[in-house]
Ligand binder design. Structure first.
Ligand code: GLC
Length: 743
């Protein structure tokens, strides 16, 4: 409760309201809503709970809007059409209730930012907020007032295509960045003419789809649900998210759209959420194939009783809700509450007073400022995985630009891009032809796209490399290979890209590999042929200039991995914040060292793979820089922390190189003994620290027992007494260690 009061007062302060003003505003809003509700017929109430897809529009649509049978459209993005539909709703429907217009603006509308997994690699809430702000401004211009983002599904499986849309594997990082995205979309006030309502999705657990196969079953037990999967959603709700969206998956046999424990007990009763919940596309109707509802009437009953306020496109509410209410199977109280939730968001958005798009207002879309913001995001989202003294490049060097991703304007934008225009994408090649035209280069794409298996131009690649000082090979994934319904069982570089890289390296020239992908790929087999690797999760419109800025040292890589890079797809799921098990690995034999007819227990009986050990290729939080950072003098303000108290952890970081740079210092803890087993590490803080060449800084983190609280054996959330380890370091595997006790 204390946290809720703190959140409420912060909410007031951040929105420039004092508590008194806010409660007056709220009272006025609730009165408006209740007065309106009293005038609405049941048909109109059900109409507010009905969202249709604009693409499926028939002539009768205006009639249905005029009759108040539709509360929202998704995928209408022509401001003239939006204004026309709003006009019909406001001037011709019985109670003149405006429409709310939704669209998937996941990482930009026109100016496309790095995919969310890339933005997460920045470990920078401001970068994420800035991107969402630009997206909101460009969306509102089109009449879009609601985006179906942030997607906060914790993702520990790179086979799952939608890992691309996530903020990675860690609940703390996803919570901090998800809240930032909500702030960016919703601005200082939802009623601001550049704000759009956020929609936190997919509630809940979608990223744990078994086998990484999209839409598949999840089996998340309650402690894991509480301690990992729900955490970022709660942070986003606390940040004021206006809406949520339910997920497709059944968790432990219950589809999310029919899960009252989630939608009422947790979301409403515990979190006091007062916005509205929309089902995902057909996810309500899909409870029939799930085997959870016998027919569409059953779907409507289950969903309404579970707490779905608005139905996306499956139209079971308009078809059956009235009948169900008359049969006493759905309560009118529930329906009134659902309509209140919807009207509340529309009211907060200012749609009752300002429903129309000002089509005469100068557009900010693709403005220099927006493009620069996107370029900065792409710079901070890139991760330097390897560099054996070949980067940064010198502008005097001749480079051979090779590979299918060097000039892939569509694919560079990544997944979930409906409105981005490839003509506006600045690819690395285009950046070389414009801003970096002083660079002497030769270009040989060799492959037309990532899946291309045509090796006939490999010789051209080798000749190009031989004619240059350095080969820069752009590899990765087409955008269609990640995103919804795009799971992969093999996450190597697809096609013959690895063979191309090998061929280029056979020339003996230094090779820089630049990867653009929608997921972590298994690139261990490619590393011997790369002297440097710069990894970009599809970097968006300005990815080209950003990559060149990094390759030529105008910017210094600072990105850190928001997700573990496995050595083999067979290691999945592998993530840093795992439990220790009763048999953590002690000794890992090499496969080739195992004796012939080795005795049964000769290899030890602990948890690892005979062929790929127990470690990933790169751990969560990993990322190099052109600078070198040294950590020293980790000191705690106390080693005995009283329950309810806090301690400060200080550390000194020195940039021992001659290059200015930025380090993301990360703080992890381990609760050594708990009423349930606790992860071997948990991220509890991160700071971006900029250090000039040779500069040292002492930074500090504050850790309270609230930060150590978790849902224990008795399913209450609290910190438990006992011993803790604490690390501060450059990634989840390396860091200075200290100990403290919670008394
Ligand atoms: C899709 C996605 C969801 C998206 C919705 C509307 O199927 O699951 O993330 O927001 O439909 O496009």
């Amino acid at each position: 409760m204390k946290k809720l009061l703190i959140a409420l007062s912060l909410f007031c302060v951040s929105f420039g309201l004092n508590a008194q003003q806010k409660s007056t505003e709220d009272a006025k809003m609730e009165k408006f809503i209740n007065d309106l509700l009293k005038k609405m017929t049941l048909d109109e109430k059900i109409g507010q709970m009905n969202q249709l897809n604009w693409g499926d529009i028939s002539d009768s649509i205006k009639t249905r809007v005029r009759n108040g049978e539709i509360g929202s459209f998704l995928n209408i993005y022509d401001p003239v059409q939006v204004n026309e539909m709003q006009r019909v709703a406001i001037e011709e429907s019985p109670n003149k209730i405006p429409l709310i217009i939704g669209r998937d603006v996941i990482h930009g509308l026109k100016t496309i930012f790095p995919i969310p997994l890339g933005q997460a690699a920045s470990f920078n809430p401001q970068v994420v907020e800035n991107g969402a702000r630009v997206a909101a401004i460009e969306s509102r211009e089109k009449g879009i007032t609601w985006t179906f983002a942030p997607m906060l599904d914790i993702s520990r499986d790179a086979r799952w295509g939608r890992i691309a849309e996530s903020l990675g594997e860690d609940p703390y990082l996803a919570g901090e960045l998800g809240a930032a995205m909500v702030r960016g979309f919703q601005g200082k006030s939802l009623s601001d003419p550049t704000s759009i309502a956020a929609c936190v999705k997919h509630f809940i657990g979608y990223g744990a789809a078994e086998g990484g196969r999209d839409y598949n079953t999840t089996n998340i037990p309650i402690h894991l649900l509480r301690n990992v999967y729900l955490h970022p959603f709660q942070k986003a709700v606390e940040a004021g998210a206006a809406t949520l969206m339910t997920s497709f998956n059944d968790n432990d046999g219950i589809p999310a759209s029919g899960n009252g424990f989630l939608l009422k007990d947790i979301l409403r009763n515990e979190w006091k959420f007062d916005g509205f919940v929309v089902s995902d596309w057909e996810s309500m109707r899909e409870m029939i194939p799930h085997g959870f509802a016998k027919d569409r009437k059953d779907v409507a009953m289950i969903s309404a009783n579970a707490g779905i306020d608005m139905e996306m496109v499956s139209e079971t509410y308009p078809d059956y809700l009235k009948e169900l209410i008359n049969e006493g199977k759905v309560s009118m109280t529930d329906v009134d509450n659902y309509v209140r939730n919807i009207l509340r968001v529309k009211y907060r958005l200012g749609l009752f007073t300002n429903p129309y798009v000002d089509t005469k207002k100068a557009s900010a879309t693709y403005s220099k400022e927006h493009l620069q913001t996107a370029r900065e995001a792409a710079i901070q989202s890139a991760i330097l995985l390897k560099n054996e003294n070949v980067l940064p490049l010198k502008e005097t060097q001749k480079i051979a630009v090779i590979g299918p991703m060097a000039d892939a304007p569509h694919d560079q934008m990544g997944t979930w891009v409906f409105d981005g225009e490839k003509a506006h994408t600045v690819t690395p090649l285009k950046a070389l032809q414009t801003e970096y035209k002083n660079i002497n280069y030769v270009y040989e794409p060799v492959l037309k796209y990532s899946r291309d298996k045509n090796t006939s131009d490999f010789e051209k690649a080798k000749k190009a490399a031989e004619s240059a000082d350095v080969a820069v090979v752009f590899l990765g994934e087409e955008s269609i290979l990640s995103g919804e319904a795009h799971s992969l069982s093999n996450i190597n570089l697809i096609g013959v890209q690895s063979e191309l890289l090998k061929a280029v390296k056979s020339t003996g020239k230094p090779v820089v590999v630049v990867i653009m992908a929608g997921r972590p790929l298994t690139i261990e087999r490619d590393l011997p042929y790369a002297d440097a690797v710069l990894y970009n999760f599809h970097p968006g419109t300005m990815g080209g200039p950003a990559i060149l800025d990094l390759l030529y040292g105008k910017a210094n890589p600072s990105g850190k991995l928001p997700v573990t890079f496995v050595r083999e797809v067979g290691q999945i799921p592998m993530y840093y914040n795992h439990n220790n098990t009763g048999r953590p690995p002690q000794w890992i034999p090499k496969l080739e060292d195992i004796a012939i007819e080795a005795p049964q227990t000769s290899l030890g009986n602990t948890s690892f793979y005979l062929d790929s050990g127990d470690k990933p290729l790169y751990p969560f939080g990993y990322g190099l820089s052109y600078s070198k950072f040294e950590y020293s003098n980790l000191a705690l303000s106390t080693t005995e922390l009283a329950m309810g108290g806090s301690l400060t952890a200080k550390v000194t970081i020195k940039n021992t190189s001659n290059v200015d740079g930025t380090e993301v210092a990360q703080l992890y803890v381990r609760d050594l003994v708990g009423s349930i087993v606790r992860p071997v590490k948990e991220l509890k803080g991160f700071q971006r620290v900029s250090l000039k060449a040779g500069e040292s800084k002492t930074i500090e983190f504050k850790i309270s027992t609230d930060d150590l609280a978790f849902w224990g054996r008795d399913l209450t959330k609290k910190a438990e007494q006992g011993d803790f380890d604490l690390w501060i370091g450059t990634n989840s595997a390396d860091g200075l260690k200290a100990k403290f006790v919670v008394k």
